[in-house]
Design a protein around this ligand. Structure first.
Ligand SMILES: Cc1ncc(COP(=O)(O)O)c(C=O)c1O
Length: 681
C-alpha cells in the first residue's frame, strides 16, 4: 500500500493563498490531487495541512471534494507528516507539495517503482535535478519517516520534512530523467504570482493541464517566451531562508592549531615561504585562525595535523576532481607502480592516453605531456614562437610561473626586462583591447593565449572574434584550459563554446592530483615539438598517466560531472539566498559556473573588500569549511557536505550582517589578514 501525502498551506510568505488560486476554473490543490491520483502505483491520496484557522479554507475544499485530510502542526511539518502517516497506515509514503501543479503521474510512478524494487529507505528525484524543478517526488518507508521524526532536531529539518533523510544516514537513491534537462533551466513550482501566470498559460495551451512532461517541454521549446512570464527566482529558496532563520550568530570558537603552528615554526627554518605554492601558503588565510598543515584527506574532506575536519573546497587548487584518495584512481596508480613508472624508453600508455585525448578534445590531433600547467603553457608558447618565427605574445588570464608570463605580474623579480617586454596582457570580453595590441606591433605576434572562460562567461561572439583577430594577424590561438579542462566537460571550454583553437593546454584535473599536464593541438603545429626543446626527465612518467586514464574512465562512464554541477548549483543558490536574507546581496556574491564558483566580497562602493573576505573566511574555517575564494567542487562533494556548508554559511552570513553594522568591523578579525599573491597595482 502506497499513500501520497500532499502538503498544503494557505500562508506562504511570498504568495499567500496560492494553494487555492484558480487555474482554469479549478483550485491549484484540486489539480495537484487530480494529477497524483493518476499515478498507477499510488493507492491513496491525503492532503496534510495545518490546524491553524488560516488553513480552514483548505479543509473546506477537501471536505467538499471528499479528499482525505489530516491537520497538524503548522511549523513542525515533519511531525504533521508523521502523524498523517500514522493515521493512514501504508508501507511507504510519497511526498508531494501543493505548489507543484504540473506534477507528473509518470514521474511519480518512476520514482515509486524504484522504491518498490527494494534496497532503499528513501528514493527521490531531488538529490540531483534532471527533471524540471516542480516535478519533485520523494518516496520513503514509514520506518525512515519515523526515525527522522525521532532524530531530526534542526528547525529546517522539521519544517522541510525530508532534509534529514538526505543526511547520509539512510539508504537513498536518485531517479534520473531519461531525458535530463539542465539543472535550473525549468522551474515549475508556484512560488510567486508570476509562476502562477506561467502555469495558467501552460494549462490554457495544453488541454486544461491534462498533459505530461514531454508535451510541456515541447511547448516551451516552441514558445520559449512563455518562460519569460516567470521572475528568475531561485529553486528551494524557502529551504535556504529557513536555514538562515534557524542559524545561530556570533563568532565561532577558535580551532586548536598547536600542531600546525609547531610545523610552521620548523618549516620557517628550512622552506622559504613555508609552502611550495603561493596559494597554499599560510598567508592566503587568516593567520592564526586557519590551519597551516593538512595531514590527510578523503573524498571532499580533509583533516589538519591537529585533527580538525574540513569540507575542503580547495581540493589541492582544483586537481582532485574526484576528491581526495579516490580508490579506483589510487588502485590504477599502484598497479602501474608495480610495473615501473619512470621508464628508459617511451611506454605504450603514453600513446593510449594521447589517442584518448584526441578523441575527446576538439583541437587535439596530437599530444605532448608535461607535469605542471606551466610546462604546457610554456611549451605551447615556445612552439607558437617557433612555428610563426615571431616573438610577441598576447595573454589573458593566469598562465603559470615561467618568465614569459610571470613577467607581466607584480611578482616579476628575476625576469629580464627584455623577456617582459614581449608579453602583452589584454582584457577578457574586450576584443578591442586585443585588436589594439595586434595593430601596435603588426606582424610580431606569435600567439594569443587565453583562459577561454573562468568566472565570467564569454559574451556572444567574443571567443570567435579573438580567434579571427589572432588569425588575421598571423598569430596562433592557444586556449589555456588548465582550469576549465574537465570541470567544464571532457572536451573543455572549446567544446562547450564551439570555438576550436590551434593549441590548448590541460593540467590540474587530469590525474586527480597526480602530476600531469599536456599540450594538444593541430598536427601541423604540434609537429613543431619535433624541433623545439620541450623535453624533461619526468614528462613521460606513467604513474600519473595511469591515474589520468582512470579519471577519464570515471568522468566518461559516470554522472560525476553532472553531479558536480548539480551540487555546486545548490551551494551557489544557497549562498546567494543566505546573502540576500542577511541584506548582503550587494556585498557577497557567488559568481561563475556551479562546479567552480567564485565568492566576491565587495565594499558598498563595489570595490573588492579584503576585510569582508577575511571575516567570512575566518568564520567559515572555524566552522569546518576550508575555502579560498572559490568553490572547487569535486565529484566527492555530496549532498550532506553541501548541506553542512550551507548551515555554516547561514551562521557566517548572519554574523557578518551584524558585524558590518559596527563602525569598526575590523575589530572582529581574530588573526592577521591574508595577503594577495600579486599586489593590486
Ligand atoms: C589557467 C592556468 N594556467 C596555468 C596554470 C599553471 O599551472 P601550474 O601551477 O600547474 O604550473 C594555472 C595554475 O593555477 C592556471 O590556473
Amino acid at each position: 500500500m502506497i499513500a501520497a501525502i500532499i502538503q498544503a498551506r494557505m500562508g506562504s510568505t511570498r504568495f499567500p493563498g496560492k494553494t487555492l488560486a484558480e487555474i482554469e476554473g479549478r483550485p491549484m490543490l484540486g489539480h495537484v490531487v487530480d494529477r497524483v491520483r493518476l499515478s498507477r502505483l499510488v493507492d491513496k491520496v491525503i492532503v496534510a495541512t495545518s490546524d491553524k484557522s488560516s488553513d480552514d479554507a483548505i479543509a473546506i475544499f477537501c471536505e467538499k471534494e471528499n479528499i482525505p485530510l489530516f491537520r497538524g502542526s503548522e511549523h513542525d511539518v515533519l511531525d504533521r507528516f508523521y502523524q498523517a502517516a500514522r493515521a493512514n497506515p501504508a508501507d511507504a509514503f510519497v511526498r508531494i507539495t501543493a505548489d507543484c501543479p504540473l506534477i507528473d503521474p509518470d514521474v511519480i510512478d518512476a520514482v515509486t517503482s524504484r522504491f518498490n524494487a527494494g534496497g532503499f529507505d528513501y528514493v527521490s528525484n531531488v538529490q540531483r535535478y534532471t527533471y524540471p524543478d516542480g516535478l519533485d517526488t520523494e518516496v520513503f518507508a514509514f520506518s525512515a519517516l519515523e526515525q527522522a521524526w525521532q532524530e531530526a532536531r534542526k528547525p529546517a529539518e522539521r519544517e522541510h520534512v525530508t532534509p534529514y533523510l538526505r543526511t547520509g544516514k539512510f539508504r537513498t537513491a536518485n531517479v534520473e530523467s531519461p531525458h535530463p534537462v539542465p539543472a535550473g533551466e525549468y522551474r515549475w513550482t508556484v512560488d510567486h504570482p508570476a509562476d502562477l501566470e506561467f502555469v495558467r498559460a501552460i494549462y490554457r495551451k495544453l488541454n486544461n493541464g491534462k498533459c505530461r512532461l514531454e508535451p510541456i517541454l515541447a511547448l516551451l521549446k516552441e514558445k520559449p517566451e512563455l518562460q519569460e512570464i516567470q521572475d528568475s527566482t531561485t529553486s528551494n529558496e524557502g529551504y535556504y531562508r529557513s536555514l538562515y532563520q534557524q542559524a545561530a550568530k556570533g563568532a565561532a570558537k577558535k580551532l586548536q592549531l598547536t600542531r600546525s603552528q609547531a610545523w610552521y615554526e620548523r618549516s620557517r627554518k628550512v622552506i622559504p615561504g613555508c609552502a611550495q605554492t603561493f596559494s597554499k601558503s599560510a598567508t592566503q588565510y587568516v593567520q592564526g585562525v586557519a590551519p597551516i598543515f593538512l595531514d590527510h584527506g578523503k573524498g571532499c574532506r580533509a583533516w589538519d595535523v591537529d585533527g580538525n575536519e574540513f569540507v575542503d573546497y580547495v581540493q589541492g587548487l582544483l586537481p582532485n576532481i574526484l576528491g581526495y584518495a579516490n580508490e579506483e584512481v589510487n588502485q590504477a596508480v599502484v598497479q602501474q607502480l608495480g610495473k615501473g613508472h619512470s621508464f628508459s624508453l617511451p611506454n605504450p600508455l603514453e600513446v593510449e592516453l594521447a589517442e584518448r585525448l584526441t578523441r575527446l578534445i576538439p583541437c587535439a590531433e596530437m599530444v605532448r605531456f608535461g607535469k605542471n600547467g606551466s610546462d604546457a603553457t610554456s611549451g605551447a608558447v615556445r612552439a607558437a614562437r617557433a612555428y610563426t618565427s615571431r616573438e610577441r605574445v598576447a595573454c589573458c588570464g593566469y598562465h603559470g610561473w615561467q618568465d614569459w608570463f610571470i613577467g607581466t605580474t607584480t611578482r616579476n623579480a628575476g625576469v629580464p626586462a627584455s623577456v617582459r617586454s614581449l608579453t602583452h596582457p589584454f582584457r577578457y570580453n574586450d576584443a578591442t583591447s586585443l585588436e589594439k595590441l595586434l595593430r601596435q606591433h603588426p606582424g610580431e605576434f606569435a600567439a594569443v593565449i587565453m583562459e577561454p572562460v573562468n568566472f565570467e562567461e564569454p559574451v556572444d561572439g567574443f571567443l570567435e572574434r579573438v580567434k579571427d583577430l589572432a588569425h588575421q594577424h598571423g598569430a596562433l590561438l592557444i586556449f589555456d584550459e588548465i582550469c576549465s579542462g574537465f570541470h567544464y566537460g571532457l572536451g573543455g571550454a572549446q567544446k562547450l563554446f564551439g570555438v576550436t583553437p590551434d593549441l590548448a593546454c590541460f593540467g590540474k584535473a587530469m590525474g586527480n592530483g597526480f602530476p600531469i599536464s599536456c599540450v594538444v593541438g593541430k598536427a601541423d603545429v604540434m609537429r613543431t615539438f619535433e624541433e623545439i626543446f620541450f623535453s624533461f626527465t619526468f614528462a613521460g612518467e606513467v604513474g600519473a598517466m595511469a591515474a589520468a586514464m582512470k579519471v577519464l574512465d570515471i568522468l566518461e562512464g559516470t554522472d560525476a560531472l553532472a553531479r558536480m554541477e548539480a551540487n555546486g548549483r545548490v551551494l551557489q543558490d544557497g549562498l546567494s539566498t543566505l546573502a540576500k536574507e542577511a541584506g548582503l546581496s550587494e556585498r557577497i556574491q557567488c559568481v561563475g559556473r556551479p562546479q567552480w564558483s567564485l565568492m566576491k566580497f565587495r565594499e558598498p562602493d563595489r570595490n573588492d573588500s579584503p576585510l569582508l573576505k577575511n571575516l567570512f573566511q575566518q568564520e567559515a574555517v572555524k566552522r569546518g569549511i576550508l575555502a579560498l575564494a572559490t568553490h572547487n567542487i569535486s565529484a566527492a562533494h555530496d549532498a550532506a557536505a553541501i548541506q553542512q556548508t550551507l548551515e555554516a554559511y547561514a551562521e557566517v552570513t548572519k554574523t557578518l550582517a551584524d558585524w558590518l553594522y559596527d563602525p569598526q568591523p575590523a575589530r572582529f578579525l581574530e588573526g592577521q589578514m591574508s595577503q594577495p599573491v600579486f599586489r593590486v597595482r
